[in-house]
Design a protein around this ligand. Structure first.
Ligand SMILES: Cc1ncc(COP(=O)(O)O)c(C=O)c1O
Length: 417
């Protein structure tokens, strides 16, 4: 087993190939990258392994890694097999993550996904019978089930706030959440961006209210990292959980949890590996130090560095630009009902909608069959929306193709297979 104070692996002597390849890519990308600079974004698209005939609009479920990330994983795995020191450290990872997402490097913990990160939070707090946890009717099971388990086990109560659809303002969302908060509320657990409609929740204001009322705020941030600029140092809240294998384009099974200062010494670890009770280690006590898949963590580091090389100041506008083209086109189809808010500050890289008289499941099959389009249907809570995600490997031409198909379906229905 690794010593908790030591590096994830030994850094010395590691002349890795992927950081050099990334440097070369950064030089090639140069200074362009406006939201509609198609030459620049075509170069970015060339870094991915997605087949040319596929229109992948389901990054909200899983982000395809660029080849540099895949290379980092395989290079690491090869070095392990060759018994060479692979060259990634906890400090590298924490420092890189903080450079991308803000927050304190010492606050970062690396579980396998949001589900595990939220489980670390729910199990780590001493809830008592009668305590309340407030959540919403737009939470993913990954952010919800840990609370369902813990409240059931401890005799606490789970209260579910109902969110407006589509939401018209941040204030409306804050009030909808806050109506469910009462004197027994110990924890508020909400998504930063909802998986249902891609709505950006007013987390900073909720964090402010939670601070004032001494409520613990756990944020399910599965989506924003890698999709939009995030500053965990300023956002507020006690815990921020995420899945870098989504918008951050990291390998499957990479999660993160950012723990605020006041919890680093007091949260109970869910996985007890050596040093779990050494409070001088802060949040690092919560990392799992048995034999872990370091290659995956090497891929996570490469993914963070890839996005830093492209630059979040270029990524977010491009993601929004493509989603805007999509939402604008959908808005022009009379049979389409959009569930995602219209206000830009409440929007992200996902848009959800339905077409009158058309089942989203059938629509999904039709799009996959006719144009190899990958989508997500939000069947949860019986919402029944189709959700489309746009990321940096998508193009306006792809968006137009999908809009044409949707307009045809709205006019004439789904043709028989
Ligand atoms: C908002 C949200 N939370 C949590 C999850 C669960 O993520 P994971 O399966 O990576 O734990 C998802 C997955 O889609 C999600 O959209």
């Amino acid at each position: 087993m690794l010593d908790r104070r030591s590096f994830l692996s030994v850094l010395g002597g590691a002349s890795l190939a992927w950081p050099r390849a990334l440097e070369a890519l950064a030089r090639e990308l140069g200074a362009g990258g406006a939201q509609d600079d198609e030459a620049f974004w075509s170069l970015v698209r060339g870094q991915f392994l997605i087949p040319g005939d596929r229109i992948y609009l389901n990054n909200g479920t899983l982000g395809p890694s660029p080849s540099i990330v895949v290379d980092a994983v395989t290079e690491h795995a090869r070095r392990v097999a060759e018994t060479y020191p692979p060259g990634v450290s906890w400090d590298d990872l924490k420092g890189s993550m903080a450079a991308l997402l803000g927050g304190d490097p010492a606050g970062y913990v690396f579980p396998r996904n949001t589900t595990e990160a939220m489980s670390f939070v729910a199990h780590g707090i001493d809830l008592a019978p009668g305590d309340e946890v407030v959540t919403t009717d737009h939470e993913h099971i990954g952010g919800l089930e840990p609370w369902r388990l813990v409240t059931t086990r401890r005799g606490a109560t789970l209260r579910v706030a109902s969110l407006p659809v589509p939401a018209s303002s941040g204030e409306e969302l804050v009030e909808a959440v806050w109506r469910a908060v009462g004197p027994a509320t110990r924890v508020l657990s909400v998504s930063h961006v909802t998986f249902t409609t891609g709505t950006v929740m007013p987390v900073a204001e909720l964090a402010r209210r939670c601070r004032e009322t001494d409520i613990i705020l756990a944020v399910d941030g599965a989506h924003p990292p890698g999709m939009m600029r995030v500053d965990l140092g300023r956002l507020g809240g006690d815990f921020y959980a995420s899945s870098p294998h989504k918008w951050l384009l990291a390998p499957q099974g990479t999660g993160l949890l950012h723990v605020s200062g006041r919890w680093r010494e007091s949260l109970w670890p869910t996985v007890a590996s050596g040093g779990w009770d050494d409070r001088t280690l802060g949040a690092h006590r919560l990392n799992h130090l048995g034999t872990v898949d370091e290659s995956r963590l090497s891929g996570l580091l490469a993914a963070v560095e890839f996005l830093r090389a492209v630059g979040m100041e270029r990524v977010e506008p491009r993601v929004r630009y493509l989603r805007g083209l999509l939402a604008g086109g959908l808005g022009a189809i009379p049979e389409v009902r959009i569930a995602t808010p219209a206000a830009e500050e409440l929007c992200s890289g996902m848009v959800s909608f339905s077409i009158e008289g058309v089942g989203s499941g059938e629509l999904q099959t039709h799009l996959a069959r006719t144009a190899n389009v990958r989508t997500r249907v939000i069947g949860e809570y019986d919402y029944g929306w189709m959700r489309l995600s746009t990321h940096i490997y998508n193009s306006p031409a792809q968006v137009e193709r999908v809009l044409d198909l949707l307009a045809d379906v709205a006019r004439t229905g789904i043709p028989p297979a």
